[in-house]
Design a protein around this ligand. Structure first.
Ligand SMILES: [Zn+2]
Length: 405
């Protein structure tokens, strides 16, 4: 059966993808033309759905070794930085390559990735993958903001030369506890001037909230121990972001756990998109984002996994399952959060996220035959399994090949 994310489920449905990789038609198999010479594959007992979107990854960290998530989030962030310091550019690219291929095995055809090395741009380009890569700006020292920004800008321009047609470039001031206010402002101005998308970790942990709202806590201690000026207290992390002009429809706010009604209103006013990462937040003990309220407010929400340092897999269907349970939503709605809604959040719904004529032929095939009820609802059951991933009409994962058939 076909679940298109933009209409009803089609029993005995089919998707016709042209030689150019673009969807030509979607409908009952008997109503579609079967062009001579076209590859014809059938998937009995499966749900054929749009390729999944992972709205937050750090693929350059795909095989990095750092401490497991621990109670002290500030200390964990520091351990990640130290782990990264030990890796070469080539190791980052190797990790990102494995990350892209791993994503395909989970049915993911589009990633929204953040990193400091640019490795994901090389990996996606080389492998013919697609996604948005947000190059991160990190620098808490306001005195170095200009130099850090110049470095970020130069790197983005270099990556632009390298990036293949499936790769969109953005920028990401990392988080309030790693970026000085002048650096935030420089990156935001650059993004708006160049019309490139923005992403940023925002309102993730209680430690971040203590830093932003009270200038206290483990992050503030780290800043003070380096003689860095801690920013003046703000009402919330979202209010801080608003002050810095970060909020806008071009912003993907990552996490958004520590928010109240006023913050949600601010985000609605600026049409901010959200990448919620439920399993990561739980693993770190940050709590859950108010997902139902974010959805009820009409915000565009996609789901992301975060890196393998925070979660055990890039499985976004596990995120959809967690979202379904947390927000008490239907399976269809939860699946939208990893397809069409995630595409809207990233501003790419005209290209992918649904099985619609004119969109790219990005498809994920999930075998639901093992369960007692082989329906779309079974996609989120533990027995369901991704058996094929098709990117622009090309198989990038095929369980038949993987099994050596
Ligand atoms: Zn992250």
């Amino acid at each position: 059966m076909v679940w298109s994310a933009s209409g009803s489920t089609i029993k005995d449905g089919a998707v016709l993808i042209g030689a150019d990789g673009v969807i030509e038609a979607v409908g009952p198999d008997e109503s579609l033309s079967h062009p001579e010479g076209a590859l014809h594959r059938t998937f009995p007992g499966c749900v054929v759905m749009p390729g999944l979107i992972n709205a937050h990854t750090h693929l350059e960290l795909h095989d990095a070794k750092a401490n497991p998530p621990e109670e002290d989030f500030a200390e964990w962030i520091r351990s990640v930085r130290h782990a990264k310091d030990r890796l070469s550019d080539e190791r980052f690219v190797e990790a990102a390559r494995r990350g892209v291929q791993d994503a395909w095995r989970w049915g993911i055809t589009t990633v929204a990735d953040t990193g400091t090395s640019g490795a994901t741009v090389y990996a996606l380009t080389e492998l013919g993958g697609q996604g948005t890569y947000y190059h991160e700006a990190i620098g808490p020292d306001a005195a170095l903001a200009d130099a850090t920004f110049a470095h970020v800008q130069r790197r983005v321009l270099e990556l632009r030369e390298v990036a293949g047609s499936g790769v969109r470039l953005g920028v990401s001031p990392h988080a309030p506890y790693t970026v000085s206010e002048p650096l935030y402002r420089r990156v935001v101005e650059f993004a708006r001037a160049e019309t490139v998308p923005l992403a940023g970790h925002l309102a993730e942990s209680p430690a971040e909230t203590a830093f932003v709202t009270q200038s206290q806590g483990p992050f503030a201690d780290q800043w003070r121990s380096r003689s860095l000026a801690v920013p003046d207290p703000r009402r919330s992390a979202v209010a801080f972001a608003a002050d810095l002009k970060l909020l806008g429809e071009d912003l993907l706010a990552i996490h958004v756990v520590q928010v109240d009604a006023e913050d949600i209103e601010l985000m609605v006013d600026h049409d901010v998109a959200v990448a919620a990462c439920l399993r990561s937040n739980r693993r770190h003990g940050h709590g859950d984002p108010p997902l139902q309220r974010l959805l009820d407010a009409g915000l565009r929400v996609g789901l992301g996994t975060d890196s393998l340092l925070s979660v055990e897999s890039l499985d976004v269907l596990a995120e959809a399952k967690a979202a379904q349970e947390l927000a008490g939503i239907e399976v269809d709605r939860a699946l939208e959060l990893v397809t069409i809604e995630a595409a809207l959040a990233l501003g790419i719904a005209d290209r992918t996220g649904s099985l619609t004529p004119g969109r790219r032929g990005d498809v994920c095939v999930v075998d639901v035959s093992a369960g007692s009820d082989p329906s779309v609802g079974a996609v989120l059951s533990s027995e369901a399994q991704v058996v094929a991933t098709i990117l622009g009409g090309q198989f990038v994962f095929d369980a038949n090949d993987a099994r050596g058939l």
